[in-house]
Design a protein. Sequence first.
Length: 134
Amino acid sequence: MPKLVVLVFMMAFALNLNAQVDKPDNDADVVYTIVDKEASYPGGIEALNTFLARNIIYPTLAKQKNIQGKVIISFIIEKNGSISNIKIIKDIGEGCGEEGVRIVKLMPKWKPAQQKGEPVRQQFVLPVSFQLTK
């Protein structure tokens, strides 16, 4: 049986200074992609990679069909550090996208992003690679 390896990389996509999700009624609805201080996972990127590696379950059907590739999950880190608006941006099928969403929902609160010293909502994109090895 092949050994499973899940590789995780994190990046924020910078589209513009005040990227917005939907039409905001006030500043509370603004979602930033570029900020003075990025939101951060507790313990940093290494801790995030460890969390994901320990908790991701390679979907059985994907494993059986030798499905490999990268799933892209988008989400917003809220002003209080909670995660919202989780969406599959790119899926490779057979349950991999759903597994990406499931694992993001398990994450603890993050340290929120800051703009001009104030907490703000920030858009993040998380690529999750599903790879089978021998």
